[in-house]
Write a protein that binds this ligand. Structure first.
Ligand code: G3H
Length: 494
């Protein structure tokens, strides 16, 4: 069944070359160029993606812009029905998509399966929630100096064509989290999957198509971000950019898409602040989970831990012990492996290793880990770290947790707030009141009290400040972000 359903997206060779979706058909690019996707598990080639040309992007954009008004005019209940069907297809292919994800991005089977399930649930939730999004009417006489002579009818309308750019770490879920709200609010979508993760991405595009998304309403263009990314985001027919990826790329895109609405989730380098009264076992367990799940390749991963010297000493012993119990690096296809498979490529692993080595040269100490074998990087805990060291100052997408000792908790707040990142932070304390007071002083998107940073549950607002994001996601918030207000004012002749 998967073979038949997905037949037209590739040439059926081994390894397959995948087509791109021009809004009507899956076709090879006229560029004659493809980009290779190799598994981070063992470097084996698992497929090739088209590298589309700028002329092909123009054609896709033209088609998307031309067909968008008809899609927006389609009754919402029909768009909702298509979304539920797409969610059902995602569920139907759970096993197939899980295997694809494991091979393509090196997630453990549990993590991959949870990504697929979460995507289907999210699409259903989006479809349900979209039905309660509505406009409003405001009278004029609330404002001093006005009588009842005006009424504003405020509708929610689409932005037009949304360019949706997904990252490698959740190539299905963070594509679905953009495509679903965009379509439900009446936008057309030009989807750009990541290169690594692009094979999973084209499968998702086919699911939307098969669920009944009409011609031109969704398209899927592939190619290296550095080759087609600028052209896509700066395209005059792109009405909005929704992006998840690194902070540096986010900053670059923002500069290339002037005056367009942006919805960005970028790097986090999230801190965990452990107060002396914390439940240390709980804090240690959450730090291990937060720092090492999916090899630390989550924007919500914990990257550094702040506490007084005595607190960190207690914590270090517990974290090292729990790491040995809960984490096992290895081939993600093996059920023995827990949390840490390879990072996305050997080059990325090498880069992270360089940050570790530079930090060690600057005085950091390796409590555990620190070694690399190809794309596999040992889960690493560093102590005696300072905030200016590369493992904290740079965006580091790997299994590394750094302990930074502070003289007092005012210093901890200063360090968190001085960071260029501001996605989430965790505060551990037995006193929730203290946690609340502390949380209010941190300049980050969200604060978790007694838990590790995380995006879910997916209907909670999710946002980053500073270089960690623009706009707010989360089911209702994403639907709102994927639309704009259109007030129409009726002036009653006096
Ligand atoms: O990597 C970015 C994701 O939005 C993080 O999601 O907290 O569910 O792992 P997560």
């Amino acid at each position: 069944m998967p073979a038949e359903f997905f037949a037209e997206i590739s040439d059926q060779k081994t390894p397959p070359t995948y087509n791109y979706f021009n809004g009507s058909q899956w076709v090879p690019s006229s560029s004659g160029k493809t980009t290779q996707v190799a598994s981070p598990i063992d470097g084996s080639v698992i497929g090739f993606l088209q590298v589309v040309t700028t002329a092909e992007i123009d054609a896709v954009m033209d088609k998307a812009a031309a067909s968008q008004p008809a899609w927006e005019a389609t009754p919402l209940h029909q768009r909702v029905k298509i979304m539920h069907l797409a969610a059902d297809w995602v569920r139907h292919f759970e096993e197939y998509l899980t295997t694809l994800l494991v091979n393509e991005v090196g997630k453990t089977a549990d993590d991959a399966k949870s990504e697929i399930k979460r995507t289907a649930d999210l699409m259903d939730y989006f479809a349900d929630e979209a039905q309660s999004i509505h406009g409003e009417e405001i009278d004029s006489d609330n404002f001093p100096g006005y009588d009842k002579g005006r009424i504003a009818l405020i509708e929610r309308v689409a932005h037009g064509v949304v360019v949706a750019i997904a990252p490698f770490n959740y190539p299905v879920n963070l594509a679905g989290s953009k495509i679903a709200p965009a379509l439900l609010m009446g936008n057309n979508v030009v989807f750009k999957p990541p290169t690594q993760g692009g094979i999973s991405g084209v499968h998702l595009a086919q699911i939307f198509r098969k669920a009944g998304v009409p011609e031109g309403v969704i398209s899927c263009v592939t190619g290296k971000g550095e080759e087609i990314g600028d052209y896509l985001v700066g395209h005059p027919k792109a009405g909005m950019i929704a992006f998840t990826g690194s902070s540096d790329t986010g900053v670059a895109i923002a500069g290339k898409a002037p005056m367009k609405p942006l919805l960005f989730e970028c790097g986090g380098n999230n801190p965990a602040v452990v107060l002396p009264d914390a439940d240390m076992s709980l804090a240690a367990r959450e730090i291990v989970k937060g720092a090492f799940s999916y090899a630390g390749q989550r924007c919500t991963a914990i990257k550094y831990v702040l506490g007084t010297r005595e607190t960190l000493e207690t914590l270090e012993t517990l974290v090292v012990k729990m790491l040995a119990e809960l984490v096992k690096m290895g081939d993600p296809r093996s059920p023995e492996t827990k949390m840490v498979g390879p990072v996305i490529s050997a080059e990325v692993a090498e880069h992270i290793e360089k940050f570790i080595n530079e930090s060690v040269a600057a005085g950091a100490k390796v409590a555990v880990g620190g070694k690399r074998n190809g794309a596999y990087l040992e889960p690493t805990v560093l102590t005696s770290v300072r905030p200016e060291m590369p493992v904290v100052a740079q965006e580091i997408f790997g299994p590394v947790a750094s302990f930074i000792a502070v003289a007092d908790y005012t210093e901890a707040i200063r360090i968190v707030n001085a960071s260029r990142f501001g996605l989430q932070a965790s505060v551990f304390t037995k006193d929730e009141g203290t946690g609340l007071v502390f949380a209010k002083q941190l300049n980050v998107g969200s604060v978790q009290i007694n838990g590790s940073p995380q995006r879910g549950p997916d209907h909670f607002p999710f946002l980053g400040v500073k270089h960690s994001g623009i706009g707010v996601q989360g089911v209702r918030y994403s639907l709102e972000a994927m639309s704009r207000l259109r007030p129409i004012v009726i002036n009653k002749p006096q």
